[in-house]
Design a protein around this ligand. Structure first.
Ligand code: TRP
Ligand code: ZN
Length: 451
């Protein structure tokens, strides 16, 4: 009798029906402890969206391939709003419940650490924008204006339109399929791999084969014209501008190949298969560096902003922060590199720019970039004191060592994640401890160091 029980128990565990533990509901980010989920790593998202642009509703199926990194009894995805009809794990119906932005899933059989599993979520409704304390200037996620649907998701907004492990430390590849009624056009990340029409609707399939953080996934629907630029040796360039817009709009985007070439010389090859700008039919007051498809407003297509979003493709998208308290690693770098580009090609005086910003920040107060609060993630100080940090380092280390630092920092973290400690280790290795102290004082000290 005892023996039988023992054999059954052993068989049980060998077949994977261990009980497991719940995966954690967050990854402990210092600003967003509940974003992301523990217990698994996502390898791939397949997102199928059927969109009614007039009603601003979606009918969707997202299938996620993940690998468990512990035995899991339940696990979470991040999803805000919408109505979930059904969840399947490995093809079998799974129990689920909603609690805030956590979708809690209980598979019929627990999942064994190290194994891959698929999760399919069928859902529908009208996506609601997300209010995020880090972005006081905009609601996030799926937005709807006259004539267009567009997404701007950094940092938390993606959960308004697909369930995910919504933290930049869990990157994955993506396939996004979008069905819209004619004559609307759709655009998304990566390469357009398939296009078909049926019943007055067009379906386009987009593939992002390089790792991407959930916040950089994007969808646009409207009346856009696609403009392709062939660039020998570089990535495919395809921009989207509102149909029948004045020629100046497309013209403004013509700096793109030059900017990409400039940053390739500085940092190494462009990280992805394609790049382009999508210009909204309205103003935005900002731009956002979605992977391979930055979104700009009609008001934000000057070369500085275009270069800023392109710089993010290396620093932000390929090399990505591992905690949302370190946005200076994205914004300070993109700001400084875009000004270097302006100095090289548009006659800007870099030193004068730096002096001016130092003066402005000294007057208005400049929170140290590494001492920010959640609401200050995209504060001017993160951008400009971040840029001043790099400028000070360049002054001390000299041109050659500074370029080595940029390139080494990028190479070590490309296609992955990084943090300030790793950057400082590169600085110490290539420029010594005096340079490290200098960078630290720019990042941490109050008041800000003198120029
Ligand atoms: N990363 C953007 C930039 O390049 C700023 C930003 C962060 C943003 N979150 C956003 C813009 C949300 C629009 C919407 O500066
Ligand atoms: Zn930026």
């Amino acid at each position: 009798m005892t023996l039988v029980v023992l054999v059954v128990a052993l068989l049980g565990s060998a077949c994977g029906s261990t009980d497991g533990e719940p995966g954690s509901e967050g990854l402990g980010d210092s600003f967003y402890p509940n974003l992301g989920n523990g217990g698994y790593d996502v390898l791939h998202y397949d997102i199928d969206l059927d969109i009614d642009p007039e009603a601003n509703t979606i009918q969707a199926l997202t299938t996620i391939i993940s690998r468990a990194n512990q035995d899991l009894s339940t696990f979470n995805l991040d999803l805000s709003g919408l109505t979930v009809a059904e969840v399947q794990v490995n093809g079998s119906g799974a129990e689920f419940s909603r609690s805030g932005t956590e979708l809690v899933i209980k598979p019929a059989d627990s999942l064994v650490s190290g194994t891959e599993f698929s999760t399919s979520v069928s859902y529908s409704g009208s996506p609601e924008p997300v209010v995020d304390p880090g972005v006081p200037f905009s609601t996030l996620g799926w937005l709807h204006t006259e004539g267009a649907i567009y997404t701007v998701s950094e940092p938390s907004g993606s959960m308004s339109w697909f369930p995910s492990n919504n933290h930049p430390t869990d990157k994955a590849t993506f396939e996004i399929r979008i069905t819209v009624p004619a004559p609307s056009t759709a655009a998304s990340n990566g390469i357009l791999v398939e296009e078909s029409s049926a019943d007055g609707c067009t379906t386009t399939t987009w593939r992002m084969d390089d790792p991407m953080a959930a916040y950089l996934a994007a969808v646009y629907v409207g009346d856009f014209e696609r403009i392709e630029t062939k660039q020998p040796g570089g990535p495919l360039i395809r921009d989207y501008v509102p149909r029948n817009s004045p020629a100046e709009i497309a013209e403004a985007l013509s700096v793109t190949p030059q900017v990409i070439g400039y940053f390739e010389d500085l940092l190494g090859p462009y990280p992805f298969d394609a790049y382009g700008t999508i210009v909204m039919p309205h103003t935005l007051g900002f731009a956002l560096e979605n992977q391979t498809l930055s979104v700009h407003g009609r008001d934000t297509i000057d070369p500085l902003v275009i270069a800023h979003e392109i710089a993010h493709q290396w620093l932000g998208n390929s090399s990505t922060l591992d905690d949302w308290s370190e946005t200076w690693l994205h914004e300070g770098f993109a700001t400084y590199l875009s000004i270097m580009y302006m100095a090289e090609y548009h006659e800007w005086d870099l030193g004068e720019q730096m002096d001016q910003w130092h003066g402005r920040l000294s007057d208005t107060g400049a929170v140290p970039p590494m001492e920010i609060e959640n609401s200050e993630m995209f504060d001017v100080s993160v951008y400009w004191r971040g840029a001043l940090t790099l400028h000070a380092l360049r002054g001390l280390a000299g041109e050659t060592v500074f370029s080595d630092i940029l390139r080494t920092h990028y190479e070590r973290s490309a296609d992955g994640n990084t943090n300030t400690a790793e950057f400082l280790a590169v600085v110490t290795q290539l420029a010594g401890s005096e340079a490290t102290d200098l960078v630290e004082s720019w990042l941490y000290d109050d008041p800000m160091p003198p120029m």
